[in-house]
Design a binder for this molecule. Sequence first.
Ligand SMILES: Cc1cc2nc3c(=O)[nH]c(=O)nc-3n(C[C@H](O)[C@H](O)[C@H](O)COP(=O)(O)O)c2cc1C
Length: 366
Amino acid sequence: MAQSQQQLQFAYWVPNVSGGLVVSNIEQRTEWNIEYNKKLAQTAEKNGFSYALSQIRFTAGYGAENQHESVSFSHAILAATEKLKVIAAILPGPWKPALAAKQLATIDYLTQGRIAINVVSGWFKGEFDAIGEEWPDHDQRYARSEEFIRTLKGIWTTDNFSFDGKYYQFKDYTLKPKPVQQPHPEIFQGGTSRAARDMASRVSDWYFANGNTVEGIREQIEDLRAKAKQNQHQVKVGLNAFIIARDTEEEAQAVLQEIIANANPEAVNAFADATRQAGAASPEGEGNWAKSSFEDLVQYNDGFKTNLIGTPEQIAERIVAYKAAGVDLILAGFLHFIEEVEYFGQRVLPLVRELEQKQQQAKEVA
Ligand SMILES: Cc1cc2nc3c(=O)[nH]c(=O)nc-3n(C[C@H](O)[C@H](O)[C@H](O)COP(=O)(O)O)c2cc1C
């Protein structure tokens, strides 16, 4: 089936760090403990979500004072579910590819092929300094991540793997057993900078974009796919969105205003400082948060920009507009995760599926 004919997929952010998905003192009925997360994962897989994305943080950033480690937390969620795929965030630097390949192959075996990886390149210098990790400059961080991905793929798919890179070396290495998933567990990656997109156009299976308008994401996807085509590579796109679905538009907008009115200015400003070192540090100055305002940063991946805020009908229409622009997956954050994942599955998703069918029929007639 051609990519455009496939149904849109849905992922949710795993709240494995404290403070939820917004840097705000608003009341959130979201917990970061494992009991809550198991129940959330079970609710999500019953309500049409096919992926969950865990986060990796070694120190606090954007609030997030407490952080559970991503790979072990992802495994616990997988053990509590049956169909959901969990994408574990891994940071080259603290992780070496030999360990990541082995660790994820074992989790793939234990979960009958349901682990995936998000290779994050690092944006927070303070975190790297605190744990004694080297902080290569922006584009070198991506050069290292690209070697990380190339070596993962090599180890997962071939015997007697050899590699002589700047950051990693392997000599006649054979991993046994190989992962269950063929050719290998899916590899995701995020970022907005030139280096991030170029890496995706060469080696990643999926590219995660920060929140954006339909026009903004269309341009980004055209750029990404044109480059990928030159490299004879295919890359799918996941778009971040903070979803506020309520019975009326007024209610949904009021929630957004309350989140922003209760923003924690100290944490948002500290985050803004850290992102300047990340985004502005890319040579072309087009990094992840280069165009983010204070309000945007209250959701730390620009999730309000996607504007999935309103009634189920409004949100479903906007979601299929994103699909028409080339998006394959919506990565969703919520204020009160469990109850809103359920509301989304029951009230929004059926409308999305109807509209997708109409969109498809219209295309076939044209
Ligand atoms: C959806 C998504 C999830 C991310 N998850 C993490 C994470 O868990 N930990 C982390 O340190 N960085 C994470 N990042 C940050 C990216 O890996 C990257 O460092 C950042 O987007 C800066 O990109 P830039 O090259 O555009 O400046 C995430 C980014 C996106 C878009």
